[in-house]
Design a protein around this ligand. Structure first.
Ligand code: ADP
Ligand code: MG
Length: 247
């Protein structure tokens, strides 16, 4: 049985290919409960693929990934249970345009978890408050800014009560003025103890909030460590080159 002093997510020598193309060439990482981990690296290095493997959206060819001790790629594992535990937010928030913010959040817990609507609605209202969107319950996505929509998407994911949250470049498509409000939401979530795994280009956020940063390049982790080490004293030339472009 898994206990919280063991990694909540453990990846061991994970390899993944699309046809002949090796995207992940042996990725290992251990993430503890409550940690905030940022994955950075050039476009095409396999970051999205990597985090999609954690909730079983992508299959793997070799290695192992466990979430709370359970092998993600065990064919017997109930993928729906896994995805309840591991929430994911994407760059494109994909809210239902004809449903209000509140309805968007309520839908999955009512339909998938079969929870009583009144309970879910109370939780959804609390979540909207948590992501600082009190008063926007009845707004449609089209009436909200990109940053507000992304916070609804985060609340929607949290409504399933996940143990782990994955964020794939969730601020990349946002106007600069709304990026910060989304990062604040994630920071607060992290402060509440949520295990967060983020692919991000927000180096300021990574420096301030991450417990650990992984730098990936062409399917490999080339450097990992506390942000204070990685950012001020990168050792690998690829990390140095990347950081000199983005910092
Ligand atoms: P990143 O998120 O770091 O930009 P990705 O994980 O999206 O990287 O992609 C890594 C590599 O895998 C890229 O070269 C991309 O073109 C390729 N790739 C991603 N998804 C697929 C797919 N479904 N089929 C084939 N190749 C893919
Ligand atoms: Mg990506």
């Amino acid at each position: 049985m898994w206990s919280p002093n063991q990694p909540i997510v453990a990846m061991k020598n994970v390899m993944k290919s699309y046809g002949d193309f090796d995207v992940l060439k042996g990725i290992s990482m251990d993430i503890m409960k409550g940690e905030v981990v940022c994955i950075i690296g050039p476009s095409g290095s396999g970051k999205s693929t990597l985090i999609r493997c954690i909730n079983g959206l992508n299959d793997i060819q070799k290695g192992s990934i466990t979430v709370e001790g359970q092998e993600v790629h065990d064919p017997k594992l109930d993928k729906r249970l896994l995805r309840r535990k591991v929430g994911m937010v994407f760059q494109q928030y994909n809210l239902f345009p004809h449903k209000t913010a509140l309805q968007n959040i309520i839908m999955a817990p009512v339909k998938v978890l079969k929870e009583p609507r009144a309970d879910v609605e109370a939780r959804a209202r609390a979540l909207l408050k948590k992501v600082r969107l009190e008063g926007k319950e009845n707004s449609y996505p089209g009436e909200l800014s990109g940053g507000q929509q992304q916070r609804v998407a985060i609340a929607r994911s949290l409504a399933m009560r996940p143990d782990i949250m994955l964020f794939d470049e969730v601020t990349a498509a946002l106007d600069p003025e709304t990026v910060k409000e989304v990062l604040v939401t994630i920071k607060e979530l992290a402060a509440d103890g949520m295990t967060c795994i983020l692919v991000t280009h927000e180096m300021g956020f990574a420096k301030e909030v991450a417990d650990k940063v992984y730098f990936t390049d062409r399917g490999l982790i080339v450097e990992e460590g506390h942000p204070s080490e990685i950012f001020s004293n990168p050792k690998d030339p690829r990390t140095k080159a990347f950081l000199s472009q983005v910092l």
